[in-house]
Design a protein around this ligand. Structure first.
Ligand code: HEM
Length: 297
C-alpha cells in the first residue's frame, strides 16, 4: 500500500512538472503534488523507521544479517559530524537508501513484466520462439537458473527489445551540472538540469530502422546464435549514477521470464482481443491494466 502511494505521488510529480521545475514546490505546493510527495515520503520513513527499530532490538555488532544491519553498523561507528551517516540525519539518509532501493527496484521490475505479458500476447511468434528456447535449454523438469542465461540468446534478446520499446523510465533521472562544461559545440553552464530523453534514443529511426516494431531479432547476430549488445540501449541510463540495480534487474527478469513461460502460454482476453498499448505517462510509462488468459503448457 505504501508502495502504491509512493508510486502515484512520483508519477504525479512528473505530470505536474515538479520533477523538472523544483520551484513549483514554493508557488504551487498543493497543485504540483509537492505536499502529497512529502506526505508519502514521510509515511515511508515512518514505515522503514519501524523496521530499523525492530532490527536494533536484535542487532549484534559485527554480525550483520542483512543490508539494514550493515547500515546500523555504520551509523553506530560514525563519529565524524560531517559524515552522511552521522546522527539523526545519518539515520534518515540510511532509511532513504533502503526506500530508494525498494522503490526503484520493485516498481520497475513489476511493470516491465506487465509490459512483457502485453507484448507476448500480441506477438505469438515471439512467444513461440521463447517457448522453444526454454524447452530446449531448460526443459520442463527443473527450474531455470542463471547458469542457463548464456545459452539463451533469444530470451536475452526479448528482454533487451522489451527494455528498448517500453522505455519504462522515458526521461530517466535528471542531473544537475556541478561545473561548467563544453560538450561538442555546446557550452553547458553549472546548475543546468540535464534531462536524458531515453525514449527518443530508443525510438530513433536512424539507429533502429523500425523502432515501432517489437522485434527481438534486432539484438541477435545473423544466425541467431548469440545476442548483440547495443550502446544505444540505455534503459538504465549511463554514467556514474547509472541504475544501481541493473545487474539484479536483468537477472530477476531472466528468472521470471523463463520460469513463467516454461509453464504458461499467454493469450489475449477473447472478449477483448484488440492490442492496446496505451499507458499512463509519468516518471514511468505504465501499461494500462488488461486481462490476459494464461494456459498451462
Ligand atoms: C527494468 C528495471 C529497471 C530500470 C529500467 C531502471 C532504470 C533506472 C534509471 C533510468 C535510473 C536513473 C539513473 C541515473 O540517474 O543516471 C535508475 C536509478 C536507480 N535504480 Fe534502477 N532501474 C531498474 C531496476 C532497478 C532495480 C531492480 C533496483 C534495485 C534493486 C534499482 C535501483 C536503482 C537506484 C537505487 C537508482 C538510483 C541510483 C543513483 O542515483 O545513484 N533499479 N534506474
Amino acid at each position: 500500500m505504501h508502495d502504491f502511494f509512493m508510486n502515484s505521488s512520483m508519477q504525479n510529480s512528473v505530470k505536474s512538472g515538479l520533477f523538472f521545475l523544483s520551484w513549483l514546490k514554493t508557488v504551487a505546493p498543493e497543485y504540483s503534488g509537492y505536499k502529497y510527495l512529502v506526505k508519502t515520503t514521510d509515511d515511508m520513513h515512518d514505515y522503514v523507521g519501524k523496521i530499523f527499530d525492530k532490527h536494533r532490538e536484535t542487532f549484534t555488532p559485527g554480525s550483520p544479517r542483512d543490508v539494514i544491519d550493515c547500515y546500523l553498523e555504520q551509523l553506530n561507528n560514525t563519529t565524524d559530524p560531517k559524515s552522511t551517516f552521522f546522527g539523526a540525519t545519518g539515520e534518515k539518509n540510511s532509511q532513504s537508501a533502503i526506500i530508494e532501493i525498494f522503490e526503484a527496484g520493485m516498481i520497475t521490475s513489476s511493470h516491465t513484466l506487465n509490459w512483457l505479458t502485453l507484448y507476448l500476447i500480441h506477438h505469438q511468434h515471439v512467444q513461440a520462439k521463447l517457448h522453444e528456447e526454454i524447452d530446449r535449454v531448460v526443459g520442463k523438469n527443473r527450474d531455470p537458473t542463471l547458469m542457463d542465461k548464456p545459452k539463451m540468446p533469444y530470451t536475452e534478446a526479448v528482454m533487451q527489445e522489451l527494455l528498448r520499446i517500453t522505455s519504462l523510465v522515458p526521461l530517466g533521472c535528471s542531473h544537475e551540472l556541478l561545473h561548467d562544461i563544453e560538450f561538442h559545440e555546446y557550452y553547458l553552464p553549472k546548475g543546468l538540469l540535464l534531462i536524458p530523453n531515453i525514449y527518443h534514443v530508443h525510438h530513433d529511426k536512424k539507429t533502429w530502422g523500425d523502432p515501432e516494431n517489437f522485434r527481438p531479432e534486432r539484438f541477435l547476430n545473423e544466425d541467431e546464435s548469440r545476442d548483440i549488445q547495443s550502446n544505444a540501449l540505455v534503459a538504465f541510463q549511463a554514467g556514474k549514477r547509472q541504475c544501481l540495480g541493473e545487474p539484479l534487474a536483468k537477472d530477476v527478469l531472466f528468472l521470471y521470464i523463463t520460469k513463467i513461460f516454461q509453464h504458461l502460454h499467454a493469450f489475449p482476453d477473447p472478449s477483448n482481443p484488440e492490442p492496446n498499448f496505451d499507458y499512463d505517462d509519468g516518471l514511468l510509462l505504465i501499461a494500462k491494466p488488461c486481462r490476459v488468459v494464461m494456459k498451462s503448457r
